[in-house]
Design a protein around this ligand. Structure first.
Ligand code: 1HN
Length: 350
């Protein structure tokens, strides 16, 4: 299993393989080394997309198609190692979405879970299961599986956010269901801020019984996240691999906000150079504040706010900053942990 040599193909074996191929049979010994590898060998590549490039292309798309006609006006971040598959990693999808002033992205729902991470603009909204949430830069908003959701922009500025969905995972499982709402915008049935007040104040309604696998909180505002990190830095030792890193949690059970996608925010204080680290969850990062450099194996990627970069499974990663920086990230760690597959290596044995 840990050597790549395949059994030699004699004329007799080749003839046999051809013969059984017609019956849709294949010898395991020809493919075993690619199926069960001693460690992850991903086609996913380390890569960085400059925000300025993606933003300019998306604004151009804004002149070509409306949000309504497109259903969602999004440019997909396609991993260069996985072109044509609408994937940023093998298990996750990411895109940059634009909603122009006055537009509506019509209501629909699907089995795929989605996150929004706001890149630019303020005052646009998304309505999820009857609650309207206003979005501001750095806010992390979730759309749980089969939750009705539509977006609108009543502000006078273009609104752009990073979408993250578990599309490849659901595709792999052949479990995709989707439907359009009869109306472009669903009816609002709960006041704005209701879910945050009810479930996001370190309390829960006394007789509340969680019924769904995702967090009942739809919007985790950046202001609160940032404040937590700022207070923590006064007392906490800075982790050599992560700086100060928090995970977004589901108040029902302390797990991740969604069953398939884990999300994080970390503060890298000015001057920090993190120790190298690797884990089995390929991770998508975007900077909110500050500039820095991330080394992935031997490649160096320089980033600034709103750039998006991806670290493949089991590649060594370290970050370096010359000013305070905050990084949002997401991965399939939520799935891997449930399956007992997630591994990390803090570099201490090398
Ligand atoms: C979706 O529903 C949204 O609601 C964005 O904003 C991107 C990509 C594929 C499938 C559904 C959204 C999507 C999507």
């Amino acid at each position: 299993m840990d050597n790549d040599a395949k059994p030699a193909v004699s004329a007799e074996r080749a003839a046999f393989y051809d013969k059984i191929d017609k019956k849709n049979l294949t010898p395991l010994w020809s493919v075993l080394g690619d199926l069960v590898t001693p460690e992850p060998r991903s086609k996913c590549q380390a890569y960085l997309w400059k925000y300025a490039d993606a933003r300019a292309a998306l604004l151009e798309a804004g002149d070509l198609i409306t949000a309504k006609e497109a259903e969602r006006r999004v440019l997909i971040y396609e991993n260069p190692g996985l072109r044509g598959q609408s994937r940023i990693t093998t298990s996750l999808y990411a895109g940059l979405q634009l909603v122009l002033p006055g537009e509506v992205a019509p209501a629909h729902r699907h089995t795929q879970s989605a996150l929004r991470f706001v890149m630019e603009g303020s005052g646009a909204h998304t309505t999820v299961d009857g609650e309207k949430t206003t979005m501001n830069v750095g806010d992390f908003v979730i759309t749980p599986q089969m939750a009705w959701h539509d977006h609108g922009n009543g502000s006078d500025q273009p609104m752009m956010w990073l979408d993250g969905l578990d599309i490849p995972l659901i595709q792999f499982l052949d479990a995709s269901f989707a439907e359009s709402h009869p109306d472009d915008e669903q009816e609002v049935s709960r006041p704005s801020g209701d879910s945050l007040a009810r479930y996001g104040a370190n309390m829960l309604p006394v007789d509340y019984a969680p019924g769904k696998p995702s967090s009942p909180i739809f919007n985790y505002p950046y202001e609160r996240t940032r404040e937590s990190l700022e207070v923590m830095r006064r007392a906490d030792a800075i982790d050599p691999c992560h700086g100060l890193k928090m995970k977004y949690v589901n108040p029902n059970d302390g797990g991740y906000a969604m069953p398939t996608i884990a999300t994080f925010m970390q503060l890298l204080p000015n001057g920090l150079k993190t120790a190298r680290y690797r884990s089995t969850d390929a991770t998508i990062f975007t900077a909110v504040e500050g500039r820095g450099r991330t080394t992935i194996d031997d490649q160096v990627f320089e980033w600034e706010p709103q750039d998006v970069f991806v670290v493949p499974s089991w590649k060594w990663v370290s970050h370096e900053v010359d000013e305070d920086a905050t990084l949002f990230s997401f991965s399939d760690r939520a799935v891997q942990e449930k399956l007992g597959l997630w591994r990390e290596d803090r570099g201490t044995n090398q």
